[in-house]
Ligand binder design. Structure first.
Ligand code: SF4
Length: 286
């Protein structure tokens, strides 16, 4: 069996930076006998979270769980505007590890707020999209075709004639093109500015996934269950290869109903928060 592993597979720059900095902060806190908190999962990968937990990082889902005067890590996805304000109010020191690319999207939104209606293409419940949207004065999130109707029915409530569009950095490339065209058709009476904020790392990974998937008998996508970019990779792979599977680690290979001995070529791609050792274990098991 030939195994083709994507060159863009694994940690993106943002995740690598988050893990490195969080490790440094945690080492420092442990040295000073201080507690260190993290709001939400640091990255969408169970193994990494478990490791941080074992090393003493305390994960919370709500800022109210953190004592006043403590330190908290904000992860690569970024946080909502209200959360930054609340942390300040409660005298909680924020160690902000929001990825620079996510931060740039937020800044674009803030700059466009005064004269534009903001539209964010992204998943409504994804922390990054929720965070970006919290900085919009007037705006909408478009996740699916149905959301265009909501925009159509409500856009006139905003007294502006300009639409400014950004995307969740892990948004699907093809959907981006589809939605952008639809928006231009539907709202031709508005001035529309579309900023492409899909991260290069995401774009390159999706492109390589599509390329490999066309050429293999089976495509394995590795990543956490909650990882949005990993799910998108699976969707991209599935379009070209029916035998595409999304797994968390090597153990999940056992649940795949496929006779691997009949596969000449197997492709592998890992999401942005998947550690290298998880990928190597899958290769080994195959
Ligand atoms: S995928 Fe891109 S935007 Fe998201 S954390 Fe990684 S580098 Fe940053």
């Amino acid at each position: 069996m030939e195994i083709i592993v994507g060159k863009t597979s694994g940690f993106c720059q943002g995740v690598a930076f988050t893990i490195k900095k969080a490790t440094e902060y945690l080492n420092e806190a442990n040295k000073n006998n201080e507690k260190l908190y993290c709001l939400g999962e640091i990255v969408h990968n169970e193994r990494i979270i478990e490791k941080f937990k074992n090393d003493g990082l305390i994960f919370v889902n709500d800022l109210s769980e953190i004592p006043k005067g403590s330190k908290v890590i904000f992860r690569a996805h970024g946080e909502r505007k209200e959360i930054y304000e609340l942390a300040k109010e409660r005298n909680i020191e924020v160690l902000d590890l929001t990825c620079g690319k996510v931060r740039a999207v937020k800044n674009k939104v803030v700059n466009a707020n005064d004269d534009s209606i903001i539209i964010v293409f992204g998943k409504k419940d994804h922390p990054e999209t929720v965070g970006t949207f919290s900085f919009c004065k007037d705006g909408f999130i478009i996740e699916s075709e149905e959301d265009f109707k909501i925009v159509k029915n409500n856009i006139s409530k905003h007294d502006k004639n300009k639409i400014f569009v950004v995307e969740q950095t892990t948004f699907n490339e093809e959907l981006f093109n589809k939605f952008s065209n639809k928006l231009k058709d539907m709202f031709s009476n508005y001035e529309i500015i579309i900023e492409k904020t899909i991260c290069n790392a995401t774009h390159e990974r999706q492109e390589e996934t599509a390329k490999i998937a066309k050429d293999v008998d089976c495509m394995i996508i590795i990543g956490g269950k909650k990882s949005s970019n990993t799910k998108e990779l699976y969707n991209v792979a599935k379009e070209s290869c029916d035998n595409s599977f999304l797994i968390q680690d090597a153990n999940d290979l056992n649940d795949i109903d496929l006779d691997f001995s009949k596969c000449d070529k197997v492709g592998i791609m890992a999401g942005a928060s998947t550690p290298e050792d998880v990928v190597n274990e899958v290769i080994e098991r195959l």
